[in-house]
Design a protein around this ligand. Structure first.
Ligand code: C2E
Ligand code: MG
Ligand code: MG
Ligand code: MG
Length: 279
């Protein structure tokens, strides 16, 4: 719905509003206001154990609940947020919202699953990232093991030596770490071995043609085997069909996320999924 026109103009295409043009500054201003008005909220997508079919985790994904436009997806504002630095307060707010939500689910007696938050490249480059995360965890009195951070391959490979130190610090705090979008960047397998991560997420692009493209199927199988050799849990992203799921199961993949099970949903709906799972 938002398309970039040239360098400076964004345009919301809304059938119901007849289209609304916004330049970059307007867009930035709107995003800033959204942040202040708490319009940026986490939706949650289940991570499902392939062997048992049960929900074993969740990923928090930011949504902009615009009062006029409705729900705006992150692909439409994260790039600008990265560019302007607004991603820092947005990421921080997400972190606090998610920590509080985990506590609320605990208090409601729901299963104590880990919840993952996506960390942006800019956040990852902050010198005080670990302290900031520690503060959010402490404020909500959370067991750090309940919080997982998703980092992309390109983000950690960019300054791999520096990343190893940051990742170690986060692991020592007790957090879970996962490498997101695996297979889309330049992976250096030497570093993969050195990164103290728990989980590897196979990018959706390999999953989408899994059942029709033997090369993608071979890559997925190899990534699963390699991850297990390294002691990592493997999650497949973007599973949309039963056939894809069967193939991943045959290859020993541990968990999956995808529309087949559920889209990312608001906290109240995720809670219903968790309760249904308890029965
Ligand atoms: P990601 O972290 O790789 O998240 C997975 C994306 O795949 C999500 O898109 C999810 O809705 C989508 N997805 C899940 N299952 C399926 C499926 O079966 N089919 C298809 N077609 N898509 C599926 P979403 O929520 O639009 O987020 C897109 C990206 O935006 C994320 O990719 C992540 O890189 C970024 N993002 C989202 N929330 C945050 C956030 O809070 N902070 C930061 N820094 N980035 C975020
Ligand atoms: Mg992610
Ligand atoms: Mg991903
Ligand atoms: Mg992605």
């Amino acid at each position: 719905r938002v398309k970039e026109h040239g360098r400076n103009s964004y345009r919301f295409f809304l059938p119901e509003m007849g289209g609304m043009a916004l330049d970059k500054l307007d867009m930035e201003g709107n995003l800033r206001r959204a942040l202040e008005n708490d319009e940026l909220v986490p939706y949650y997508q289940p991570k499902v154990n392939i062997a048992t079919g049960r929900i074993v985790g969740a990923e928090a994904l930011v949504r902009w609940r615009h009062p006029k436009i409705g729900v705006v997806s992150p692909n439409e504002f994260i790039p600008l947020a990265e560019e302007t630095g607004l991603i820092l307060p947005i990421g921080e707010q997400m972190l606090y919202q998610v920590c509080r939500q985990i506590r609320a689910w605990d208090e409601a007696g729901l299963p104590r699953i880990p919840v993952a938050v996506n960390i942006s490249a800019r956040q990852f480059r902050q010198d005080d990232l670990a302290q900031r995360i520690r503060r959010a965890i402490e404020e909500s009195g959370l067991d750090p093991a309940r919080l997982e951070l998703e980092l992309t391959e390109s983000m950690v490979m960019h300054d791999a030596d520096g990343a190893v130190g940051t990742l170690r610090e986060l692991r020592l705090m007790g957090l879970q770490l996962s490498l997101d979008d695996f297979g889309t960047g330049y992976s250096n397998l030497t570093y993969l071995k050195r990164f103290p991560i728990n989980t590897l997420k196979i990018d959706r692009s390999f999953v989408s043609d899994l059942t029709t493209n033997p090369d993608d199927a071979a890559i997925a199988a190899a990534v699963v085997a390699m991850s297990h050799q390294l002691g990592l849990t493997v999650v497949a992203e973007g599973v949309e069909s039963e056939e894809q799921l069967q193939l991943l199961a045959a290859n020993g993949c541990d968990q999956y996320q995808g529309f087949l099970f559920s889209r990312p949903v608001p906290a109240e709906d995720f809670e219903k999924l968790l309760r249904r799972d308890l029965e």
